[in-house]
Design a protein around this ligand. Sequence first.
Ligand code: AMP
Length: 398
Amino acid sequence: MKVLVVNCGSSSLKYQVLDMPSETLLCKGLVERIGIDGSVIKHEKIGMPKYVKEVPMNDHNEAILHVIDALIDREYGVVKNMSEIEAIGHRIVQGGERYDKSVLVTDKVIQDIRELAPLAPLHNPAHLLGISACQKLMPSTPQVVVFDTAFHQTMPAKSYIYALPYEWYEKYAVRRYGAHGTSHRYVTLRAAEMLGKKPEEVNLITCHIGNGASVSAIKNGKCYDTSMGLTPLQGLVMGTRCGDIDPAVIAYIAGKENIDAFEIDSIMNKKSGILGISGISSDMRDVENAMAEGNERAKLAWDVFAQRVKHYVGAYYAELGRVDAIIFTAGVGENSAPMRADICEGLENLGIKIDLEANNVRGEDKDLSAEDSKVKVLLIPTNEELMIARDTYEIVKA
Ligand code: AMP
């Protein structure tokens, strides 16, 4: 069964086609600047050079039309006609408390995603545009939605309830939901395989550290706690997001700078984190280069980032009691050996020992732990699209 995986943002659309159940990736692509000048589709059939076409695309319908064109292209395509695509899987950021697993798209599901949009105002409306475009252009193809929050729904209340008036939870659904759940789930399953255990036997600390970043505590294969909160602003330091701060900063800065909470929220999302501290860039590679040239604020941004991850590793170690492995994944986790080394530095008394030579690697499944490390340190490149394709295949097959 050929499965089209779609990940829609407000002005972008990422896609892949996988053949299931063999899990063979056939092609992948990205549409950028939908509805903006300079719309472009970048399509890559595996084993062929990339094809890039700049063409105006006013909305997601037009974007999907160009994706379809690419998929059925004689040279770059992967199917003769779209009826060969037997299912479509969509990534959805926010499923609230309503979804703890992936489901087939129905009118009720669409309504729920719409109602949950206030909790993911940038993402859920964009996902709906993608679903609607696919329904219009491929009306007989079943569609599945895979929620990023679903994996975190196993958290106990003591992990997800904020110490705020309980009525805010009851009236406004204010609680921790977490994010990157599809990635945390993928690396959990893969780590269990690498450890030679069943998923329900493993306790892990999964560090998804990319431009967005979160850590999860995995107990018996299920999410027990996670660092992101009501929104993806909580927890670790990120490219442009502040992560944990004293909430009193908001009222204090509102008075000092004469700006309102919404503007501060925007600054905490877009101008903080690695960018905010370093003043250079949100990209860890730029920070690393600046550090090498002696830039002190770049070094400070690096250190704060590493320290925050270490902080959560320690906290989740305490929550879990026993940890089988620490997992590194996503852009920084997969590519930056020095960052992994700095995060693990000083954790020997917790039984966490990275082998600096083994650590000199990027982007492949690998055991990085020293021989005498009680806790394994694993590098596992994430694969959210594969997870979406697996769920889609299982649901549509059934
Ligand atoms: P992601 O959000 O998972 O795509 O991760 C993107 C981020 O990964 C970029 O913004 C970079 O900060 C980081 N990254 C990618 N490659 C490297 C590298 N070689 N060294 C350090 N950071 C990297």
